[in-house]
Design a protein around this ligand. Structure first.
Ligand code: MOS
Length: 714
């Protein structure tokens, strides 16, 4: 098919919806003008464990504009979590107000519905609650006896770990910790919900529409077809908008109860306790290697926490199953139920934290072996995913390390910490490898072609979402490429659960899935038009001419793309290497990330500009893990002390450095027909170790607990 070079795949065009966003014309969930709308606001518990003994809503109900107060007393019966610990999945029900139990601080205990947002907020403060309070389980250390294994898949072993450690000339046993972190996307969680005649239509910022509609339909016991979610734009998700949270349930309940559309906005405070977070992880690493650097053993044991009534864990150890060649390998995950809200997926769940431990440990072992950390990684490279016993579809990790080293000027690194100095600054170079699964899933799309004189316009529809990543743009580029029309002639319609089904945005599968689905719809359109005219498939012909020959001014086709048999026989991952230079003030411990080089092996790059945005965004979020991010839990009451962006610090531009982002050319047809591999989570994966390793190289201080705040370096 003829491709239009100015706008097809691979060109760094601007976001096609960019001007709508900067002009304030892109409508987000809470911005739709809905008539007769009222406002709901949630009230949060002020204890972490216990029972509500009384709840007095009379004062609140008397206020001007207040239409209803919902508590466990008058809430409708919903489908509840099963008695055994349910896995917090993308379709898990989201019950609220079903009993008097409080499982964590900040749990919703009531909801006020009023004519205005301010009236609702004011009335929330007038609700009087008494509790029968119990001592909450907050400390990991005090509750270690309750640790359990979350299902068989949490453990893995190959060979004999102890024998591998005995064979080693050099060993390392260290523990690394990462704190609770919160996503906090710019756009608050919000929804406008209208319950009408047993059907529900909502504007809600959900990352994955086809799973969210299942969750809502199950919660309320209505058919999935009767739930519609619309979300053309989402102001960031980072995993926090993957699952259906209880504000959706509250607003739906409220709309059903009072018969009017209900808007709900989760406040910034509430986003700390009610819309997910990354859990605390304690990772014990055991590694052994021969003098020549070959690994003989690698173990990765993670202990973290989950909620009392819901189970989630990020599989930190998975990275240790696949990244390096080692004959002996053991991975475990253990969970301790605490009176803290259930954690959930935060950008690169498992890999972001797991790689910090693994890639720090690899740096430590390289240092013990007196080996260059790049040589050490290359020595243990593998083209086979030993954890899954499958070859990788493509893996250019060695090339990422070598090319990155070259661009970065790695040869100027001083092996001995504390020897590269400039005045008061200690200068360090660090490296780490990145890996992140690049899944591809069944995706459908529908394309409508319209002939306008000699030009063809195409309208593509799918239930995809754009969480700020550039979905609109890369889908338009794909349609442009496969129809051979300018990108300006493509209209992309996404963010409606009634459009053809996609896997949504999450887990770095969006781009590969969406674009292949769009491709398939375009290919089907062309093939059908050719067939009608008995034109052979290989013949090159403009789509406009095809329509003309068929005497058609409009034509539509659907397409579904899905993984091949070859895909299933391989492990499909994106890889990368990150290089960081830090300068540490030797007296104050203040440090600066001076520059980074990041090299990726991530398949075909659809749009270098949006791809660059994904990587620098990921690197910045990863740098946040190191320099500042930490949600602190009050040890007696179980509330989060850091619950605004004034005390939960995230990095800003000035915290970051010059970042050179490079993608290596890669043509991976096993990953999918277009050779697209995900990059949404690749950037954050392992940048933390790169910075920590640079800090060691600068100071000789090994930092195993994030964040690395300056006082730790004095
Ligand atoms: Mo991602 S944590 O799957 O949005």
């Amino acid at each position: 098919m003829k491709s239009i070079k100015a706008s097809g795949i691979g060109n760094p065009i601007d976001r096609i919806e960019g001007h709508l966003k900067v002009a304030g014309k892109a409508k987000y969930a809470s911005e739709f003008p809905v008539e007769n709308m009222v406002y709901a606001q949630g009230v949060n518990s002020t204890i972490a464990k216990g029972k509500i003994t009384s709840i007095d809503t009379s004062e609140a109900e008397k206020q001007n504009g207040v239409l209803a107060v919902i508590t466990y007393k008058n809430a409708e019966k919903l489908k509840n979590y099963p008695k055994d610990m349910t896995n917090f999945s993308l379709t898990t029900v989201a019950p609220v107000f079903q009993d008097r139990q409080v499982h964590y601080y900040g749990q919703y205990i009531a909801c006020v519905v009023a004519e205005t947002f301010e009236q609702a907020q004011y009335a929330c403060r007038l609700i009087k609650v008494t509790y029968e309070e119990e001592t909450p389980d907050i400390h990991l250390d005090k509750n270690r006896g309750k640790a359990y294994k979350p299902g068989e898949s949490a453990d893995f072993s190959r060979g004999d770990m102890d024998a591998g450690m005995r064979e080693a000339d050099v060993t390392l046993e260290q523990t690394y910790t990462t704190p609770i972190e919160h996503q906090q996307p710019m756009e608050l969680h919000a929804a406008i919900v209208n319950w009408n005649d047993g059907k529900v239509k909502m504007y809600a910022n959900q990352q994955i529409l086809n799973q969210a509609t299942t969750s809502i339909s199950e919660t309320f016991g209505i058919p999935k077809e009767d739930v519609q979610i619309i979300t053309p734009y989402i102001g960031g998700g980072f995993g926090s908008k993957l699952n259906v949270y209880k504000h959706i349930t509250m607003a739906t309940m409220a709309s059903k109860m009072i018969g009017r559309p209900v808007q709900i906005t989760v406040t910034r405070h509430q986003m700390f306790t009610n819309t997910g977070m990354r859990q605390f992880d304690e990772q014990e690493m055991r590694l052994g290697a021969k003098k020549d650097g070959s690994l003989t053993a690698l173990a990765h044991h993670t202990t973290s926490h989950t909620a009392k009534n819901l189970q989630y864990f990020e599989a930190c150890g998975n990275v240790s199953k696949m990244l390096y060649k080692t004959p002996n390998n053991a991975v475990t995950h253990r969970l301790i139920p605490l009176n803290i809200q259930c954690p959930s997926s935060m950008r690169a769940p498992g890999e972001a934290t797991g790689s910090f431990a693994l890639e720090s440990a690899m740096d430590e072992l390289a240092w013990k072996l007196k080996m260059d950390p790049i040589d050490f990684r290359i020595k243990n490279d593998t083209q086979v995913d030993m954890g899954a016993d499958k070859p990788f579809s493509s893996r250019l990790l060695i090339e990422c390390l070598r090319i990155g080293a070259d661009k970065f000027g790695w040869e100027n690194r001083k092996m001995q910490p504390g020897t590269n100095k400039k005045g008061n600054w200690l200068i360090g170079y660090g490296v780490s490898a990145a890996s992140r699964r690049a899944p591809y899933m069944k995706t459908s799309a529908k394309v409508v072609l319209e002939l306008n004189e000699a030009a063809v316009n195409a309208n593509i529809k799918m239930d995809a979402t754009d969480i700020g990543t550039g979905t609109y743009t890369i889908v338009a580029q794909t349609v442009s490429e496969y129809l051979g029309i300018p990108v300006e002639n493509v209209k992309v319609e996404i963010g409606d659960s009634e459009f053809p089904v996609t896997p949504g945005s999450g887990g770095s599968w969006g781009a590969a899935s969406y674009c292949n689905g769009a491709r398939k719809a375009c290919e089907n359109a062309i093939a059908k038009l050719k067939k009608k005219q008995n034109i052979t498939e290989s013949e090159e012909i403009e789509v406009a001419e095809l329509l003309q020959q068929n005497n058609l001014t409009t034509f539509e086709a659907e397409g579904t793309a899905e993984p091949s048999e070859e895909y299933k026989k391989h492990s499909v991952f994106s890889f990368g290497a990150n290089f960081t230079e830090v300068w540490v003030d030797k007296d104050t411990g203040m440090y600066r990330i001076k520059r980074m080089v990041n090299v990726g092996s991530a398949g075909k790059i659809l749009n270098p500009k949006t791809a660059y945005g994904q990587i620098i965004g990921g690197l910045t979020m990863g740098a946040g893990m190191v320099i500042a991010e930490r949600t602190q839990v009050e040890p007696n009451y179980g509330n989060f002390i850091t619950r605004t962006l004034a005390d939960y610090h995230v990095p800003v531009n000035l915290d970051m450095a010059n970042i050179d982002v490079v993608f290596l050319p890669e043509d991976d047809k096993i990953a999918n027909e277009m050779g697209v591999k995900g990059i949404g989570e690749l950037g954050i994966t392992s940048v933390a170790a790169s910075i920590a390793n640079a800090i060691f190289n600068a100071t000789g201080k090994r930092m195993r607990d994030l964040p690395i705040t300056p006082e730790k370096l004095i």
